[in-house]
Design a protein around this ligand. Sequence first.
Ligand SMILES: NC(=O)c1ccc[n+]([C@@H]2O[C@H](COP(=O)([O-])OP(=O)(O)OC[C@H]3O[C@@H](n4cnc5c(N)ncnc54)[C@H](OP(=O)(O)O)[C@@H]3O)[C@@H](O)[C@H]2O)c1
Length: 376
Amino acid sequence: MNKTCRLANSIKKVSSSFHQVSDIKTNTITKRFGRQDIDAFRSAAGVNTHTTFPVATVFGCTGFVGRYVVAALADAGYQVITPWRRNEFDIVNQRSMGDVGQVVAMRFDLKRYDSILDICARSNVVINCIGRDHKRIFDNVTVYNSNVESAEIISRACKETNVDRFIQLSLLNADKNSESEYWKQKGLAEEAALSNFDNTTIVRSANAYGTEDGFLNLIAKQIRIFPLIPLTQKGQAKVQPVFVGDVGRAVARTVLNSRTVGKTVELAGPEVFTWSQLVDTVARIIDEKPGGKVMIPEIVGQLVGYINEYTHTPGWTSDLPIRMSFDHVLPKEKPQNVMRFEDLGMTPVILEEAALEPLSRWRRKADYFMDVNYKN
Ligand SMILES: NC(=O)c1ccc[n+]([C@@H]2O[C@H](COP(=O)([O-])OP(=O)(O)OC[C@H]3O[C@@H](n4cnc5c(N)ncnc54)[C@H](OP(=O)(O)O)[C@@H]3O)[C@@H](O)[C@H]2O)c1
């Protein structure tokens, strides 16, 4: 650990024990403090903090889910560190999610362990939203690097810097024996996080949708462009989509709730659809006639996916047809160590209501969202 890191770590420990800000046993995590205490931490830790405590870091905050987690944590009064790696403009939106100085950017690189240590040493809670479901052909980052390596490195740094809690974002079907490469790597990532750090909580989410998703937007785009929508397994595999805003808030509530330590939190929306029903639902939302569907063999879908992966943001990837062939819903059984929305005091929103705004850009007949939802 370098000098800055040790200094920030010891300040965090002293500050935490003195103020009990991160005492997860007594769940005083939301306690607020006077301006003077905060200023002392600010100057000592070298972080431009605002008047809130404690500090939560969201790795992967530049991604789809990560930015909603940042918004929910800032809303809950956390000082949020937003690590970025390529372009500082990637976190410009996140800055405006809190008061001035509440959301702080720090640069990192997974290959530079000292940069991870430095960030973790300043954090009470660390959330890992880093992940990727495909390998970009012209990029040397693999699915393993983004999912397993990130979980392994960050959880190890959390242990080394005595972070209070670590939250690993995962998927409902994460399983190291899965046929899907993505689900397999997510299963391995969970294992790595749990074995490295005791105070880990796994948050397993179903397919999330929202303005920036590559899920319902992909279906809507296909409906607008193609006469036939490609599906595998006759479109009969089931999905249980969840609104990304609910995922963000659920992660913040997980952080606030000390009973979630060491548990798994499973998040899914209130409705189960088959892929075929989902295509019809999206068509209805964007006010298009539900078009035809074409059933393609997995291998054809995979080939198209491999070609797409040469592009910068492939919607349809080689792993997607495999995932479309399996149910991706909440398990029927709920073991004792599993918590869901209801245990966090939340009710997830209904897709036909929450997806109206994110999908409004695909409607031919309405230029603005107000046209579809405005009530005077
Ligand atoms: N989206 C869903 O429906 C869904 C559902 C359940 C669970 N999850 C999980 O939630 C997490 C976030 O998903 P998402 O949809 O938000 O993904 P995303 O939009 O693709 O964002 C991925 C994030 O990970 C970062 N990242 C990827 N590879 C990296 C690497 N090698 N080094 C450093 N940073 C890296 C990206 O940083 P750059 O911006 O710098 O590339 C970005 O911030 C993932 O773990 C995913 O498995 C997602």
